[in-house]
Each structure stands twice: as structure tokens, then as C-alpha cells.
Design a protein around this ligand. Structure first.
Ligand code: NAP
Length: 308
């Protein structure tokens, strides 16, 4: 095989911004086909759906599912049943039970299922995890505030049930937090603000704790204008560690330690190729479980309608 023959399913913002340029630059991966109901790509066999691609398309070894989350679990099951390795954009699906059993399906078929969390590949995340491993952690604050009109223009699915609303970016913070904190944590309180005309929250305030009583607070907001904030502050017995810019920057007591450009997607695709070579899957549902908990435990507050 001269490279992994990959089909990209869903040619929206993330596929065009990250997946296609990354695939084009990686000799180990070849774009064999695409599927999207409305978008095609010059010079690449294009189909209106995953099902049509599997029926009539060229041979592919793997698919990258870059569709809205509501359909991703079903598409993953279809692709695995057709013998394809599967890379899932985040969140891996709109429900936990859609994905959990697919790990066994992939394993039994010798296929790879990779639930990606792109934020975990940000440059400051692994150094933060290492630094925190030997510290006493005293308090954690997450501030994840962005302007939905800038980052998700016209994405109707994000406001529908299963679209997650502000948890679409908020789950990125949770994917970092579940990676860098040494102990598991759990939700203790949540308030979700739903626009009067939408089925998904525009803001959320969350409180978590762990077996040692650690206080973790998170503030997610889609209504941020001006400066955007994607930050995690951790107070420890050795001062404050701050991850900012979505994990691109790390500072300790105000002193900048890391400030690097994010290069998540080449790392994600290298890991996918490596997992396939080892016949392994990588599916961590912890960030998704925290979001599910927030929808189960959270008080619902109705706020003013949101119009794009
Ligand atoms: P998007 O721009 O709305 O793209 C989704 C694409 O999937 C659209 O072109 C959509 O077509 C297409 N689609 C819908 N139904 C389909 C089907 N049955 N088969 C094939 N394609 C279908 O959304 P996005 O921002 O790229 O986000 C997609 C996923 O990536 C989300 O889970 C998001 O959380 C994640 N993600 C996004 C970003 C980001 O910066 N945007 C970053 C990281 C991860 P129609 O528009 O015609 O329905």
C-alpha cells in the first residue's frame, strides 16, 4: 500500500480548514474520495453521502467523519460494518451509547476507531500534564468564552438537540482538563442557559470536584465579543499554572513557558496511521461523559432568543 486511502465525510469548516490541507501534506495518507450533500472537490471523486460512497465509490481504507455530531455515531457504525477504519471529529457522537459499543466492533474486525480530541494535541497540554503530576492542586478555573457568530456562522446543527451549543467548544476545555489533571473529577453543580428559541445552551456554569474535594469551576459562554478566552488556571502548592489560547500557551506565575503555533491535525493523522498499523483503537469518552452529566444535572435557565 502506498498510503492510507482515506475518504473525508462532511466538507464543512473543519474539513476545509484542517483535514484537507493536512492530508495533502502527508505522504502516508491519500485523499481517495469525499462525501457531502452539497459540496464537491475538484479532481476528487465526490458523493452525496457516506452510504453512496461505500456503494459506488473507489476503494477506501478509512473514513474521517467531519459531519455534525448528531449523525456521527450512525456513520461510524456503517463505516466499521463496511470494513473501514474510522477517525471521528470531536465530539465522537451525540450520545455515549452510540460510540461505546463500537470499540468492541472495531476490535473484533481488526479495525481502528479513533475518537480525536484536537485540543489535547495543543503544544502546552502534555507539558502541563507532566508539571501538574507532581504538584498539589488547590483550585481550577476554566474560562472558555467565544463569539459564536465568528466561529460558527450559520451552523444550524449546533443549536439543535445533540448539537451541544456552547459545549461544542466547551468540550475542548474538558478534553484538556481530563488529560492534564492527575485524578478523575465529577460534576457537582451546573446551570445551563438556553436561548428561548434554541434547543442547545448558549452558556453554562459548571462546578466539579474530585475524591480529594478539589474545587473546579468552568464558565462557558458563546456570547463573548471582543477578546476571546480559552483558558485554564490551576492553583497549586507551587504557584499558578495557566494554559491559554486553547492550550497553545503555558505560563507559570505569569512567566511565559510555552507559546507555540498549534499543529494538532498533522499529529492527529500521524496517530491515526500509527493506530491502524498496530490494529488499535483510541476512544476516551470522559469529556463526552462530563457534557452528558451537565445535561442531566444542570438547572435550565431560559435567556433571550439568539439569532445568527
Ligand atoms: P460544518 O461547517 O457545518 O460542516 C459539516 C459538513 O457536513 C457540512 O458541509 C454539512 O453539509 C455536511 N453534512 C451534513 N450531513 C451530512 C451527511 N449525511 N453526509 C456527509 N456530510 C454531511 O461543521 P464544522 O465546523 O466543520 O464541524 C463539524 C464537526 O467538527 C463538529 O462536530 C465540530 O465540533 C467539529 N470541529 C469543528 C471545528 C471548527 O473550528 N469548526 C474545530 C474542531 C472540530 P450541509 O451544511 O449541507 O448540511
Amino acid at each position: 500500500m502506498t498510503g492510507l486511502r482515506l475518504a473525508v465525510i462532511g466538507l464543512g469548516k473543519i474539513a476545509r480548514d484542517q483535514h484537507l490541507p493536512t492530508i495533502a501534506a502527508l505522504p502516508a495518507v491519500k485523499l481517495a474520495a469525499v462525501a457531502d450533500p452539497h459540496v464537491t472537490l475538484a479532481g476528487v471523486p465526490a458523493f452525496a453521502s457516506l452510504e453512496e460512497l461505500l456503494r459506488n465509490g473507489p476503494p477506501v481504507d478509512a473514513v474521517a467523519l467531519c459531519t455534525p455530531p448528531q449523525m456521527r455515531g450512525t456513520q461510524a457504525a456503517i463505516a466499521l460494518a463496511a470494513g473501514k477504519h474510522v477517525l471521528l471529529e470531536k465530539p465522537p457522537a451525540a450520545t455515549i451509547s452510540a460510540i461505546g459499543p463500537l470499540v468492541g466492533v472495531a476490535g473484533a474486525a481488526g479495525l481502528t476507531l479513533f475518537a480525536t480530541w484536537h485540543a489535547r494535541f495543543a503544544p502546552a497540554v502534555e507539558p502541563a500534564r507532566t508539571w501538574l503530576a507532581s504538584r498539589e492542586i488547590r483550585a481550577v478555573r476554566v474560562i472558555w468564552k467565544e463569539d459564536v457568530r465568528v466561529w460558527h456562522p450559520g451552523q444550524a446543527w449546533i443549536w439543535e438537540a445533540g448539537g451541544f451549543g456552547v459545549f461544542d467548544p466547551g468540550i475542548n476545555a474538558l478534553s484538556i482538563l481530563t488529560r492534564v489533571l492527575p485524578r478523575p473529577f465529577f460534576l457537582t453543580d451546573a446551570e445551563l442557559s438556553f436561548p428561548d428559541n434554541r434547543a442547545a445552551p448558549i452558556a453554562a456554569r459548571l462546578a466539579f470536584s474530585d475524591a480529594g474535594g478539589l474545587a473546579i469551576e468552568a464558565d462557558f459562554d458563546f456570547r463573548q465579543t471582543g477578546e476571546q478566552t480559552w483558558a485554564i488556571e490551576v492553583d497549586t502548592d507551587h504557584g499558578r499554572l495557566t494554559l491559554s489560547a486553547g492550550g497553545a500557551r503555558l505560563s507559570h506565575d505569569g512567566q511565559l513557558l510555552i507559546d507555540e503555533k498549534k499543529v494538532a491535525y498533522p499529529l492527529i493523522y500521524r496517530r491515526f496511521v500509527d493506530l491502524i498499523a498496530r490494529s488499535e483503537s483510541d476512544v476516551d469518552l470522559a469529556p463526552l461523559a462530563h457534557v452528558a452529566d451537565a445535561f442531566m444535572l444542570g438547572r435550565r435557565v431560559v435567556v433571550e432568543p439568539f439569532e445568527d
